[in-house]
Design a protein. Structure first.
Length: 320
């Protein structure tokens, strides 16, 4: 009996050893060589994990395996570019320290009011990890430093280019008109009969007669308006509120109070407390903004050209 148990244990142990060895071999398998560095299957799967999870959870097509395979190839190419960039950055003496990356991440999380520990848990749920995310941020910082140092000096933007961009993108520099209103809202109940609707309108008309100042408007809003929509709405653009209310809001001047407005959901009285926008911004006021946009587009092109040329003269073997 003891012999059988021992034999079974030996067989199981050997099977576990084989499985572990096979897994380790697959994980450590080289999928690409980039000059004198290698990318392993483990590296690729780590970088791909969050994308893979999203595909598996959301993709509803038939060829899910094919989509994942395409994503794997795309990710491998991205990793190759990342390795090439790191190698060139080292040659140029450009380095991003771990503490700089952590400081950048902490700053990003601080703006979103998220603790680092909570963010790490979110990444795990998404199939990624903090280390993978840290590498991505580090790569981005390295790329930006390299571009600023090596490529930006090669980009010049002329006054003619700025003027041409301004003319072609004129609509981007026409100040979007917005209006800030206060509102009194009396809702029309579902299945409201004509008699009840007429009474509600008459009641709203009586409320409007009591209003002639901002103070009386606020008092009426506090007394009569449906709570969730009373008071200051903040600045709103066209297409953000009910058409019937919007038409009146944008036609009134600052501090003007509307008559009763009937919409599909009820009766409204609005007061315009501020207005913004309208009209074309002069070129002088947006010159630097346009210059930065053109520079950004040109540097992206330069980077793509540079990485393409670097690939051609580098030793790259793909073994996927």
């Amino acid at each position: 009996m003891t012999g059988k148990i021992l034999k079974t244990w030996v067989v199981l142990s050997f099977a576990v050893f084989l499985t572990t060895s096979v897994y380790a071999e697959i994980a450590d398998r080289i999928v690409a060589i980039v000059n004198d560095e290698v990318i392993t299957m483990f590296d690729l799967n780590s970088a791909l994990s969050s994308y893979r999870k999203k595909i598996e959870e959301s993709y509803r097509g038939r060829d899910k395996d094919g989509v994942i395979a395409e994503a794997k190839v795309a990710m491998l190419n991205k990793l190759i570019d990342s390795y090439l960039l790191e190698q060139e950055a080292k040659k140029a003496g450009i380095a991003v320290k771990d503490e700089e990356v952590i400081e950048t991440i902490e700053g990003l999380l601080g703006k979103r009011n998220i603790k680092r520990e909570d963010f790490a848990e979110i990444l795990i749920k998404e199939g990624s990890s903090f280390e993978v995310y840290k590498k991505e941020i580090g790569d981005q910082m390295t790329r930006m430093r390299f571009i600023r140092r090596e490529l930006r000096p090669k980009v010049t933007v002329s006054e003619d280019e700025i003027g041409e961009y301004y003319r072609k993108h004129r609509e981007d520099y026409e100040g979007r008109e917005t209006v800030r209103i206060k509102q009194i809202f009396i809702p029309i109940p579902k299945d409201c009969d004509p008699e009840m609707k007429a009474k509600l309108k008459a009641d709203t008309e009586m409320i409007r007669k009591q209003i002639n100042t901002a103070e009386s408007f606020d008092l009426a809003a506090a007394t009569y308006s449906a709570g969730s929509v009373m008071g200051d709405t903040g600045f709103i653009g066209k297409g953000m509120i009910l058409p019937a209310v919007e038409e009146v809001a944008f036609s009134l001047g600052k501090d003007e109070i509307s008559n009763v407005i009937e919409s599909s959901i009820g009766f409204h009285i609005i007061m315009v407390i501020d207005k913004r926008g309208g009209g074309l911004k002069p070129l002088e006021s947006v010159r630097e903004e346009i210059k930065e946009k053109i520079e950004g587009e040109e540097m992206d092109k330069k980077y793509e050209e540079w990485i393409g040329e670097l690939r051609k003269k580098s030793h790259i073997e793909i073994k996927l």
